[in-house]
Design a protein around this ligand. Sequence first.
Ligand code: ADP
Length: 478
Amino acid sequence: MQLRIWKQRSLGLRARLTLSYAVAFTVVLLLLGILFRARFERVLIDEAQSILEDESATIRKYLRADGRGVGWEFDSSVSEEAFFVRRMRRVLLIADQDGQPLEVSDSYRRLGVEPPAGLKKIFDGPLPIVRTRYAPDGSRYILRSERIRLDSRNYYVTLGRELEESDALVRAFTFNYYLIVWPLCAALALLGWWLSGRGLKPLNDVARAAQAVSSSNLKTLIPMRGADDELDHLISTLNSMTERLEVSFNQMKHFSTDVSHELRTPLTTIRGQLEVALFTAKTEAQLREAIIASVDEVDHLSRVVSALLQLAAAESGQLVVNRERLDFGQLCGGIAARFEEAADVQNLAFKVTCESGCFVEGDRTQLERLVTNLVANAMKYTPAGGSISIQVRAIDDSAVLTVQDTGRGIAPQHLPHIFDRFYRVAALSGDPARGLGLGLSFVAWITKAHWGHIDVKSELGQGSTFRVSLPIYHGGKS
Ligand code: ADP
């Protein structure tokens, strides 16, 4: 089904590309045709006009005027002269200054001789003028009218040429041009179809390869083409997206396994305790004991669930970070002070050196939780007689919190995982009560949400040092 949809879309894109390409070409060729035709027509008319100009310049050589009218004078034995005069007389009108025609050729007569008043109006206007007129049979003529002076009188001469030949040439050109254009457009459309198919092929290959990637084989990467072009860029973007997806999928897989494991153990314990109480408890005290133990487990369960909910909310961006200007040294000092009494009871040396005046922009509740988690861990994993030191200092542009203990330390193979959800190092005998394995996940998230950085140094049996650096806030007091 999916494959079909994809195929249809790919075909659509190819057809759309070809269509736009073919339409663009057709429009360009049609416009070019119109342009060429107009240009060609202009050239032919210009040529006819320039012949008429030559004839107008020459005609006065062969015309003689006397009191009665105008006559021709040329040597008919010179064939060139005879030909020239014959040509000029083909389309000709000679009129006197009142517009009375003196000589009108047959061709001109077919065009229709204007009445004397009309001719006078033309001749009295600015001369020479060039105009085109149509004969009743549709043939076109170009006419050039000019004033000439013979025997101290003005005469008006209109010379003309039939444009039938030029028009036929233009018609032939137009016909042949459009005869070629349509098959050319069809051929270009076919070429466009082939080219777009070729152009889209690598894209289709990539789409096919991407389709083979599913949640079960996110490791499959789309092979790069090595062309270092936009498509390779797309492939590498898709591949890095798949890699990110794989990390998220794995996290989700681990998360669900961890959650089910975390919830199953206390549930099994509760069930066991209740079953034992149900079948074996004889006295009220025994029943109470079983119920108290179950309530403890239920407490543990609800702590896990609420911590998980908070962590999920934090990591999915639903937990709002209310930032304010905070004295980080003062905040850490305040939290550490709360642990002094407990440290005393546990027989731990407790040293707090928190410089006040290291300001950060942060959420008070979240930062308190961060410090509490680190100090509580130090206390939890340091046996009696050990020592804990909590320090806040400004180093360069960072407020740095260091929580150092001389506790049991963390083996190097566990170090990379201690910030993972539910990761707990297997308990040693005599260890304090089990934790949720979520404290450091919170610490990591809170540090990240405050644009900070956390690192840990630890040696098994020697102790651990957690260092959180947050950027110092230089903004004004709030
Ligand atoms: P927990 O609730 O188990 O303390 P955390 O996420 O806070 O969960 O810590 C994860 C694991 O990291 C702990 O189980 C512990 O093994 C180890 N750890 C954390 N802090 C210390 C420390 N100061 N000293 C030794 N081990 C530590």
